[in-house]
Design a protein around this ligand. Sequence first.
Ligand code: SAH
Length: 498
Amino acid sequence: MENKIGKVWLVGAGPSDPGLLTVKALKLIEEGDVIVYDNLVGQGVLSLVPSGKEVINVGKIAGNHPVPQDEINLILLNKALEGKKVIRLKGGDPFVFGRGGEELELLVDNNIPFEVVPGITSAVSVPAYNGIPVTHRDFTSSFHVITGHTKKKDEADVDYDALVRLEGTLIFLMGVGSMDRICKGLIDAGMDKNMPAAVLEKGTRASQRKVVATVSTLVEESQKAEIKTPAIIMVGKVCQLSDSFEWASKRPLGELKIGVSRPEKKASKLAGKLADLGAEVVLLPSIYSVAEEDSDILKSTFEKIDSYEWIAFTSPTAVEFFFEKLIGYGKDSRCLSGTKFAVVGKGTHNKLLSYGIISDLMPETFTGEALGKLMSDKHITGTVLIPRSKIGGSELLNALDAGNIKYEDVAIYDTKYQNANNIVSYTEDIDMMAFTSASTVKSFVENNKNIDFAKVKAVCIGTETAKEATNHGMEIFVSPRATIDEMVNYIEKEFGIK
Ligand code: SAH
């Protein structure tokens, strides 16, 4: 049988902020079979890679040496020959000092189809996030992007005389190690010693830093600030605009890196809102849900589905699996015309609404316990069906027991804690973790066994989530009301820029 040849996409991942990913890049990340990435690709971008994909980190292997370029080229070739959709993710733009050209040569030689997806280069975006326009009519009419080191890693053969004569903005990538030589080269070639200059570190992340000085003081100031890579060096009059155009760090959550432990395959409303306020968000995929295998219990439950007086849902996921099973057993919502519905909170209410059903009962505080109490107060005489996760907590059941309510607790899905691929994990520079359920806490703990939980700041939605975080010794902060919006408000009030 003839093997179908795959294809390689050389994709720019932007400077780090996942918001700067192109629509095309995101689509490819979601659809590709293999993701080959290196260290410059931001954590926030990597956290968008769906789990279950083959991921290859060519930025780091044992001993901290990156995979040699020849080997990277071979990986791309071989994966394409296996018939795969290969996504080669590169920081910034793949053709701006990204060795993108080199990676294509072997593919061309072997007739492998490919596409190039340009990305937003750090050369212009990192200055922008530091309030520096690379051109400005009052100061300069050109900008020039220059590498600080050459192929052989020795002295870059930069023509400093020519650069000074251009009178444009100079942007050096990969220049931190040779900053001394660059600044001296420019001054020796006649540049004004007071020419504004800047070093911009980790641009577009929450931890981005800048040093603004002059071409003669930049080296000393950067040493004082202990600037590290990745950073770009900028020289030119536009650097003096940096303070007046500063904006990124002034956003309410602009200096915070927040980990969001979100259920796998769920678009995170929380993550979106935090990013809107300027936070650097890292999605740590956590729990995922699988339908319970069909069984006698499930079969008989759905056969007599119209006999329950109430059905209580404790999560949007439970609603989804309920209807999946209902249809699976050959029924549809017409058989629920006499049934009443209780939901634990707004999200579950809305999910039910999307199936054309308005819930009859929802507690004021969105907890299982509150729902149970509310149902007990109703003096329900018939049986309540609780189709939910196999690992559901006991709060709701205890409250129903206390009210002598008859119920059937039926597991329709199971919650798995294991992260399907570990492309992104918790790192200590994450300022806080945001947890939206006790199970996301459990999953976080399961997937990050080796970290010191006492150092983790946990912002929790509701008391059950907080209890779980406390059990592991985390420092907890609880949003007063258990909704995503309230949680975001709370984070902004407690930790945001005042
Ligand atoms: N293709 C990339 C550049 C690769 S060369 C692009 O278009 O952006 C690597 C250099 O890019 C680093 O040494 C650093 O100078 C710069 N760089 C990349 N990302 C950066 C970031 N987020 N902040 C500061 N500099 C960055």
